[in-house]
Design a protein. Sequence first.
Length: 87
Amino acid sequence: MLGQDVSNTPEAFERVRGAMLQLADAHCADATDLRHRLTYANDIDALWYLRSPLMAAIAARRGESVAHDDIARVTLLFSRNLSGVKP
């Protein structure tokens, strides 16, 4: 799942969401509010902005290095034309 490119399709959106939920489950399953926000995000932009809280939650439980590596892989999933944001 991690490391795949994303185009503007529902399947691509779900791949990104799935990767982020996978990280949340693996590293911070107790962060129910974050998991809820990831589950109910309604577009790719919302997921983009949830990277920061996800990184903070992982860093608090597993350390900054692990969090940085995980979020870097998630960032690669986002398209380069995501609302002008360039990963």
